[in-house]
Design a protein around this ligand. Structure first.
Ligand code: SF4
Length: 445
């Protein structure tokens, strides 16, 4: 019996879907060792902090969460605390875990997280701390246990790393260059998940549209989507994140023609101003971005659009910010994810002149969010009368349809026989910001 049999673990995750999925794999490593999950980190024998360094706020939160366990560790000397993910991987990170957090047992980066099981055993055997941040990604083994949190949606990595080097972004520095997974491995995982009953498969990558460029398989992202759509079963494919320079008409065509590709698109624009985009090293201008949006809206009926926006990038003038406001009014996203520019040591944007004051950033982001709130309300109202292909689910005892973009539509009680199936739902009414509708066409996917 292993030392860890019967012991409890907890994983605290910060950051994006990539990290959420990575934590599912970490849970697999821990359960393979014999550990079982426990809700509260302070009650666990092994606590793993899967960190994010995309913004200073995320780092500070992670650091204070880890620090809060110091007392527990003092009471339970056998508790093992591990920190992994993007924070330790940074060369010039703000926090020195080795010196500042002497009660942390394991510090590893993004490239060797799959070795966590080995390091845990090492700590038990040697009673010594492990600090192992490597520069080269250790290739992931296929078929490892993954403990997925969600019963409906499953994440599947298709590409790791990023080659884009946006001037504000730390990701290429901590996740390395693009590495696509071979098609056969992705297909095998997707087939397995569909067999297990997952209805949504979300293909993950920092830039999914770059898929396959580093392989010699002749499969680009549009082809990957097409091939995966041919798999038997009732499911839909989602994907994130897309980059406007690589997202193209071939992908739009697949979104239009393949019923198994979800009708939603997250296309980060970051700014509505060309000068700012140039300084961000985004490689596109607003004309190009608008063209993509127009083509997507024209081809994909009722498509749900979302984006990321950075407010207060160095040199962002009032006029440049107004351009971003103009853009969101024009595109009319269902949802935006807006962030204030956060300096990341080691990225070129830190050295740019005309850094924006925090109070200006604050004012701008509030103005942007107010405008989007107004647009989102209008977009919700505009749903009435439209028909969406939705997954029927039961949430807190209530039967509802979920659109591909994640909107909830309340259904009559007699819709229960369609639970877990995709159906066409016509939206009939909206009350207190809640949509209600009826199924007009049962299972068809
Ligand atoms: S595309 Fe730009 S923002 Fe996205 S991960 Fe790569 S460098 Fe960062």
């Amino acid at each position: 019996m292993s030392y860890f049999s019967g012991k409890k673990y907890n994983i605290v995750t910060f950051g994006c879907q990539m990290n959420v999925h990575e934590s599912e794999k970490i849970a697999g490593i821990l359960q393979d060792l014999g550990l079982t999950h426990i809700e509260k980190p302070e009650m666990a024998d092994v606590v793993v902090f899967n960190t994010c360094c995309i913004r200073e706020g995320a780092e500070d939160r992670a650091f204070s969460n880890i620090s809060a366990l110091k007392k527990c560790k003092a009471q339970n000397k056998d508790m093992i605390i591990a920190v992994c993910g993007c924070m330790p991987q940074q060369k010039q990170g703000k926090y020195d875990f080795k010196k500042k957090l002497p009660f942390v047992d394991i510090v590893i980066g993004t490239h060797n997280v799959n070795m966590l099981g080995v390091y845990l055993k090492q700590v038990v055997d040697t009673k010594k701390r492990v600090f192992e941040v490597v520069e080269t990604p250790i290739s992931l083994e296929e078929g490892k246990t993954t403990i997925r949190d969600d019963q409906i949606n499953a994440y599947v990595n298709i590409i790791y790393g990023c080659n884009k080097f946006c001037t504000y972004c730390i990701v290429p520095h901590v996740r390395g260059r693009e590495r696509s997974r071979p098609y056969k491995d992705i297909e095998a995982e997707v087939k397995d998940l569909i067999g297990k009953g997952y209805r949504y498969i979300t293909l993950l990558g920092q830039n999914v549209n770059s898929y396959g460029k580093d392989l010699n398989e002749g499969i680009d992202f549009a082809t990957l989507l097409t091939k995966l759509s041919q798999i038997e079963g009732e499911f839909k494919l989602k994907f994130m994140t897309s980059h406007p320079i690589d997202f193209n008409k071939d992908v739009i065509k697949v979104m239009k023609n393949q019923p198994k590709v979800a009708k939603c698109l997250h296309l980060p624009v970051q700014s509505g101003n060309d000068e700012v985009l140039f300084k961000m090293n985004r490689h596109y201008n607003i004309k190009h971005y608008n063209k993509l949006i127009k083509a997507t809206k024209r081809a994909v009926k009722n498509v749900a659009l979302s984006t990321d926006i950075i407010v207060g990038f160095p040199g962002e003038t009032e006029k440049a910010f107004e351009d971003t406001l103009k853009l969101i009014k024009k595109v009319r996203y269902d949802q935006i994810f807006a962030f204030m520019y956060s300096k990341r040591t080691g990225t070129p944007a830190v050295l740019l002149p005309n850094q924006i004051d925090e109070d200006v950033k604050n004012k701008r982001i509030n103005k942007l969010l107010r405008e989007q709130k107004f647009i989102s309300k209008q977009m919700l109202n505009a749903c009435v009368g439209k028909t969406y292909n939705c997954l029927v689910v039961v949430k807190n005892g209530v039967t509802m349809g979920l659109t591909d973009g994640g909107r909830e539509i309340y259904l009559p009680n007699d819709s229960n026989n369609q639970v877990n199936h995709f159906v066409d739902i016509k939206i009939e009414d909206i009350r207190n910001h809640k949509l209600s509708g009826v199924i007009i066409d049962g299972r068809r996917n």
